[in-house]
Ligand binder design. Structure first.
Ligand SMILES: Nc1ncnc2c1ncn2[C@@H]1O[C@H](COP(=O)(O)OP(=O)(O)O)[C@@H](O)[C@H]1O
Ligand SMILES: [Mg+2]
Length: 269
C-alpha cells in the first residue's frame, strides 16, 4: 500500500483534520497557523517545550477554547466545536493532566458527571450507573472496587482509571491525552500504555501529549513537534531518532535530510 501526499486531501478515512488553526491570548500567539491530521487507530504524539501551544491546540479541538480562525474537519465534515458538549457529541473525549475530577464525588458520579443515566421516569438511574461504572472500571483495573468513596481518597492510578473510563464509556472515537502518565508510577504507566494499544486496535485515534520519550517512541505512530505556537514538523516515529526529536523541540528546526510524514500516512504498516 502506498500513499501519495499530492493527492486530493479528501480522504474518507481521515478522522480529524485541523487546518490552519490560530489562537491568541492577548498579545501571545499561542497557536500559529497549525495544521495536523489524525487517522483512525493512530497515535500522534504532540511534543514541545512548555508554552509551545500543545494544550491550547488540543483544548480547541475539545471545545474548551474558541478558535480564532481555521477549520476543524471530522471524518471529512467541517464542524464547529464551540463547547465541550459539542466535542463530546462528535466523539471527542479528553483526559487532562489534572484529570478534572470532582474530588468530593465518588467514582461512579464522576464517570457520569453531566451525562447521568436516567430511568424511563426521568429520575437518576443509580442502579444502572453503578453497574455500568463497575464494568468499565474493572476492564481497566481488576482490583479497583472501592468505587463509592470520594475520588480524592483514591490513588493516582485509580483516579486515572476514572478519567480514562469516561472516555471509554462514552465511546470516544478521538481521544486527547494531555500528559496522561505524568503523575503515575511505573505499573500505572504500563496500564495506560496497554489501554492505548487496546483503543488503537478498536480504531480510536489518539492525540498524546507527553514529555516521556520512552512512552512517545513506544506508543506513537507519528510525532508532531511544536515550538512557540508553530508546527515544526510531523514525522513517522519510526523514521526519526530520539535525538532528532529532542533537537527539533529545542531548535524549532527540521532535521536535515529527513522526510516528513505525508498528509496521508496510509503507507504505515
Ligand atoms: N488561558 C490562557 N490565558 C492566557 N494565556 C494562555 C492561556 N493558556 C495558554 N496560554 C499561553 O499560550 C501559550 C501556549 O500555552 P500552552 O498551550 O499551555 O502550551 P503547552 O501545553 O505546549 O505547554 C503560552 O504562552 C501560554 O502562556
Ligand atoms: Mg500543556
Amino acid at each position: 500500500m502506498t500513499s501519495n501526499p499530492s493527492q486530493s486531501t479528501a480522504n474518507d478515512t481521515c478522522l480529524v483534520e485541523l487546518r490552519h488553526i490560530n489562537k491568541a491570548f492577548g498579545g501571545v500567539q499561542a497557536v500559529d497557523d497549525v495544521s495536523l491530521n489524525l487517522y483512525p487507530g493512530e497515535v500522534v504524539a504532540v511534543l514541545g517545550h512548555n508554552g509551545a501551544g500543545k494544550s491550547t491546540l488540543m483544548k480547541m479541538l475539545a471545545g474548551a477554547y474558541p478558535i480564532d480562525s481555521g477549520d476543524v474537519v471530522i471524518s471529512g465534515e467541517k464542524v464547529s466545536v464551540r463547547t465541550p458538549s459539542d466535542a463530546q457529541a462528535l466523539g471527542i473525549e479528553s483526559i487532562y493532566q489534572t484529570l478534572a475530577l470532582a474530588d468530593n464525588l465518588d467514582s461512579v458520579a464522576n464517570l457520569f458527571l453531566g451525562r447521568e443515566l436516567l430511568t424511563s421516569w426521568r429520575t437518576l438511574d443509580d442502579h444502572r450507573m453503578d453497574a455500568e461504572a463497575r464494568k468499565v472500571f474493572h476492564r481497566l483495573n481488576k482490583n479497583f472496587t472501592n468505587v463509592r468513596i470520594p475520588v480524592r481518597r483514591l490513588s493516582g492510578g485509580q483516579r486515572q482509571v476514572v478519567a480514562i473510563s469516561r472516555a471509554i464509556y462514552f465511546n470516544a472515537r478521538i481521544l486527547i491525552m494531555d500528559e496522561p502518565t505524568a503523575a503515575l508510577g511505573p505499573e500505572e504507566t504500563a496500564m495506560v500504555g496497554n489501554l492505548i494499544q487496546q483503543l488503537k486496535a478498536e480504531g480510536v485515534g489518539i492525540f498524546l501529549i507527553s514529555h516521556d520519550m520512552h512512552d512517545v517512541f513506544a506508543l506513537s505512530d507519528r510525532v508532531a513537534v511544536m515550538k512557540n505556537g508553530r508546527m515544526v514538523g510531523t514525522y513517522n516515529t519510526r523514521d526519526v531518532t530520539e535525538d532528532e526529536v529532542l533537537g527539533m523541540i529545542i531548535s524549532g528546526k527540521k532535521p536535515d535530510g529527513k522526510e516528513q510524514a505525508p498528509r496521508n500516512p496510509g503507507g504505515r504498516s
